[in-house]
Design a protein around this ligand. Structure first.
Ligand SMILES: Nc1ncnc2c1ncn2[C@@H]1O[C@H](COP(=O)(O)OP(=O)(O)OP(=O)(O)O)[C@@H](O)[C@H]1O
Ligand SMILES: Cc1cn([C@H]2C[C@H](O)[C@@H](COP(=O)(O)O)O2)c(=O)[nH]c1=O
Length: 212
């Protein structure tokens, strides 16, 4: 089921993930992408991680607000993901829908391995166990320097457990995201998210046209 294509259960839809450090602008653009695809006749499912299912949303509450051991955090992220794949992602792709997810496994590499320092081999083992064949068709990495992300976050909301982390943590998350983008250039597109929203949407339109 690699790249959203047929194997066994026949995945006919496309899977697009949105990544970036907190405040980079992912959520701002998901609605635009959904509307762009819907206007071209695609059935779109928008979801998020952690979360996206009733159980996943309960896990999200714990993950965003409770202190816990690093490996507990990683395992709960993957527990939420397993449910999300079973309940939302795979059924959507089998139906032929375009599934948009605000974060997926690249976030676990960025935050739990990059930011918190969990062994990357253990993360790879979790990925291989939970979704050995499924990978996004496209990963949009919204990239901004930390100061920009922080300024945007501070302007808007009460910060959760991750958003209260220090600069060094987010430097490492961003570094790991960019490393993953270099490792998987076939599915990653890095978006310079310091630009104005219309300029970003123009780039997104071009990227999406190629996937249609
Ligand atoms: N290109 C941009 N220029 C100016 N402001 C922006 C831009 N993109 C997003 N913003 C603003 O920055 C804030 C954070 O954006 P958004 O919620 O999309 O980030 P996010 O990456 O989804 O964050 P999180 O992961 O924490 O949910 C919002 O107030 C949004 O309106
Ligand atoms: C999937 C995933 C997420 N996280 C972190 C990243 C964010 O700080 C929060 C989710 O909040 P958002 O506002 O919805 O982006 O969770 C993580 O650490 N590891 C993961 O795998």
């Amino acid at each position: 089921m690699r790249q959203g294509q047929a194997v066994g259960s026949i995945l006919r839809g496309k899977f697009i993930t949105f990544e970036g450090i907190d405040g980079a602008g992912k959520s701002t653009h998901i609605g635009f992408v959904a509307d762009f695809l819907a206007a071209r006749g695609k059935t779109v499912v928008s979801s998020r991680e952690p979360g996206g299912t009733p159980l996943g949303e309960k896990l999200r509450e714990l993950l965003l607000h409770e202190k816990m051991h690093l490996e507990t955090e990683a395992l709960l992220m993957f527990a939420s993901r397993r449910e999300h794949i079973a309940q939302v992602i795979e059924p959507g792709l089998v139906r032929g829908d375009w599934v948009l997810s605000d974060r997926f496994t690249d976030a676990s590499f960025a935050y739990q391995s990059g930011g918190r320092g969990m062994d990357r081999g253990k993360m790879e083992a979790l990925e291989a166990w939970v979704h050995p064949q499924l990978q996004p068709d496209l990963t949009l990495l919204f990239d901004v320097p930390l100061e920009v992300a922080r300024e945007r976050l501070d302007a808007t909301r009460t910060l959760d457990k991750f958003e209260r982390e220090q600069t060094e943590f987010f430097e490492k998350c961003r570094g790991e995201y960019l490393r993953r983008a270099s490792q998987y250039p076939e599915r990653f597109v890095v978006i310079d998210s310091t630009r104005a929203i219309p300029a970003i949407q123009s780039q997104l339109s071009q990227v999406l046209e190629k996937l249609l």
